[in-house]
Ligand binder design. Structure first.
Ligand SMILES: Nc1ncnc2c1ncn2[C@@H]1O[C@H](COP(=O)(O)OP(=O)(O)OP(=O)(O)O)[C@@H](O)[C@H]1O
Length: 288
């Protein structure tokens, strides 16, 4: 079970003077249950890449397979393979349109012609995942909610489709630190308590380093690095800089301490793990 890209290239406005190849010859396999972070400079091709994962963009060259099925045939198999991939776009709240939160989240499941009880069960479960109380919110208008709440409704609408793979493009964009922590906490909770695979595009290295177990670094339309976050952030800074990617600040701190002679491993990517490393390097004299 996987999403597989086989030699995929995509060119916008092909055949015009404005044509632009946004991703080139990408071969990639994402296995079920991975949590993949996609990072890279502006315009490196992240959004173009992820829009191939649910068949929204059709490769100019190459093919995309979900659980072994090519997304771009006219077969029913192809359609159901595309449905396995849920997509949360940037600023997804702009796509809310129903009169109540319930109807908005129920829109997808109803389209699948599920019976009313199943639809309600899915809406309840999705609202639970994004931390919205069913009784308090389901009858409210989505347009009278805060920005963070509207975004959660939009994400719940995708979760209610019960995708096998969940792709999120900058889900925390424009939220304050609290809203950002909440959204990421809910995504992590969903990942840990269901069988879902997550593919997350983010500019926030600290968050992505904390959550992902695999990182793809995009640079000028190709995947320039692919590996464990610890390996990538612990590796050559020059390669990351060339790809326009920051290193989490705790990694920079640990590198500096290591250079100064403190015997830290330098692998931690979160403040909590960095604290443990530093305290251990100090000979266990202090505790957190
Ligand atoms: N609809 C389009 N028409 C023409 N060119 C496009 C279109 N969408 C994207 N591009 C170009 O393709 C390249 C890759 O864009 P893409 O949006 O995939 O990058 P990105 O890494 O997601 O960027 P960002 O971090 O800014 O969202 C860029 O050079 C961009 O200008």
């Amino acid at each position: 079970m996987s999403i597989k890209l086989d030699n995929v290239s995509y060119t916008y406005m092909q055949g015009t003077p404005y044509q632009k190849t946004a991703i080139r010859e990408i071969t990639l396999e994402i296995q079920q249950r991975e949590f993949v972070g996609v990072i890279g400079h502006t315009g490196s091709g992240k959004s173009t890449l992820i829009q191939h994962l649910n068949g929204l963009l059709q490769p100019t060259l190459g093919e995309v397979l979900v659980d072994g099925v090519n997304l771009h045939t006219k077969s029913a198999e192809s359609k159901s393979a595309r449905r396995k991939v849920g997509m949360v776009f940037q600023y997804p709240e702009q796509q809310l349109f129903e009169e109540t939160v319930f109807d908005d989240i129920a829109f997808g499941p109803r389209n699948l012609k599920l019976d009313a009880d199943t639809v309600e069960a899915r809406v309840r479960r999705a609202m639970d995942f994004v931390g919205l109380d069913f009784d308090a919110f389901s009858r409210r208008s989505p347009f009278r909610l805060s920005g963070g709440q509207m975004r959660r409704v939009a994400i719940a609408g995708v979760i209610a489709l019960e995708p096998t793979y969940l792709v999120l493009d900058e889900p925390s964009a424009g939220l304050d630190p609290r809203g950002r922590d909440e959204i990421f906490g809910q995504i992590l909770n969903l990942y840990h308590t269901s069988n879902i695979t997550v593919i997350l595009v983010s500019h926030n290295m600290e968050d992505i380093a904390r959550m992902a177990n695999r990182l793809l670094v995009m640079h000028d339309g190709i995947i320039s690095l692919d590996g464990r976050p610890e390996t990538i952030f612990g590796g050559s800074i020059d390669r990351l800089r060339a790809a326009g990617v920051d290193v989490p600040s705790v990694t920079t701190l640990l590198r500096k301490l290591k250079t100064a002679g403190l015997p830290v491993l330098g692998e931690a990517l979160t403040p909590e793990l960095a604290t443990e490393e530093i305290l251990a390097a100090m000979g266990g004299k202090y505790s957190a």
